[in-house]
Design a binder for this molecule. Structure first.
Ligand code: FE2
Length: 340
């Protein structure tokens, strides 16, 4: 490869890496941004950014380089997994609905800086490509550059409005940040609604996506946490929750799935905040034998066990004893272990 082409490939690869970083950043910002003009801008720019990454990847392929296939993967699981995982990194204050305005403003400043950096990257790429006579790359860079400049201006226009929201919340004590309207909450809600709507033809797919999402470690917990932060008593897996004593609740916790435990955890923190209940939840959380285990029926667990993985059988036995304690599952696990 000629030195000139090598240099173009280097700049294109840097641009592609920047786009992929931006995809993840936008996802995590959308997750914690309430509905409104700013989130719409972020969502549009996320689609644009995927398109940029694809076009840069295509150009790299034309120049004989294998484009990085990461975009496709990020795209496929974006709706629930991306949002929920991204939200998992949000500060706990946000779940409680405080400090949200400030967080969104900080994110906007970061988005502005990222756009400025992309503009610099594509300006250099366009100049280099023109200088070495690679018109196709130069045109591509100019076209993407125009999108980035528009987004930069758009973010800047939002910053005074986002600052006004901080003033209202922190100076005038009138917070508008609502965790129930963030991108993460919307993603979780729409996955839930889609899964429940059995009449529609898209349902099977939506349900699968939602189940697949839960198979990614951590998603069930985050999903439960978001739901719990916005839940009312009737949404909890334990009936008449508010009327029960701490001991009565503790006695019921071991039957709950990881999602439902996380939900109760958030609800309890927001309301009575009893140490005994919370510490029992902590001891039950996060150690499913495999992600998604809690949503399987006893028969489904037994089918997995019959594949004959001893480590798995051991984990199932230990987990099942301290959680649902289902006789059929325990027997199947014991049988596998004694065959070992
Ligand atoms: Fe971009």
């Amino acid at each position: 490869m000629q030195a000139s082409q090598k240099k173009v490939v280097q700049y294109l690869s840097e641009a592609q890496a920047a786009e992929h970083t931006l995809i993840r950043m936008l996802q995590s910002q959308i997750a914690m941004t309430p509905r409104g003009a700013y989130r719409t801008a972020l969502e549009q720019h996320l689609r644009q950014t995927r398109d940029h990454a694809d076009r840069v990847g295509e150009r790299l392929q034309q120049l004989g380089q294998n484009g990085n296939p990461i975009t496709a993967v990020v795209g496929a699981v974006e709706s629930v997994v991306g949002q929920a995982l991204a939200f998992g990194k949000a500060p706990i204050d946000l779940l409680r609905g405080s400090g949200g305005e400030e967080k969104v403003l900080k994110n906007a400043k970061d988005a502005y800086a990222s756009e400025a950096r992309e503009i610099a990257t594509y300006t250099a790429l366009e100049r280099l490509a023109s200088a070495v006579g690679d018109d196709e790359t130069a045109e591509l860079a100019a076209s993407i550059l125009a999108d980035e400049e528009k987004m930069l201006q758009r973010v800047l226009r939002e910053i005074p409005k986002l600052t006004d929201a901080v003033v209202r919340a922190e100076v005038k004590g009138n917070s508008s940040f609502d965790v129930r309207t963030t991108g993460a909450a919307d993603a979780v809600r729409s996955a839930g609604e889609a899964a429940m709507d059995t009449a529609r033809s898209t349902t099977a797919r939506a349900k699968r996506t939602s189940r697949q999402a839960r198979k990614v470690p951590g998603v069930a917990q985050v999903e439960g946490q978001i739901k719990g932060a916005v839940a009312s008593e009737g949404d909890l897996a334990i009936k008449r929750y508010d009327e029960l004593t701490a001991d009565e609740i503790i006695a019921k916790l071991s039957d709950l799935s990881q999602i439902d435990l996380a939900k109760v955890d958030s609800y309890e923190r927001k309301n009575q905040n009893r140490t005994t209940v919370l510490s029992r939840i902590t001891s039950l959380r996060g150690d499913e034998p495999w992600a998604g285990y809690d949503e399987l029926t006893a028969d489904e667990v037994q089918a997995v066990l019959s594949e004959g993985d001893d480590d798995r059988a051991q984990q199932v036995r230990d987990y099942e004893r301290t959680h649902k304690n289902r006789v059929g599952v325990l027997k199947a696990a014991e049988r596998e272990l004694s065959n070992a």
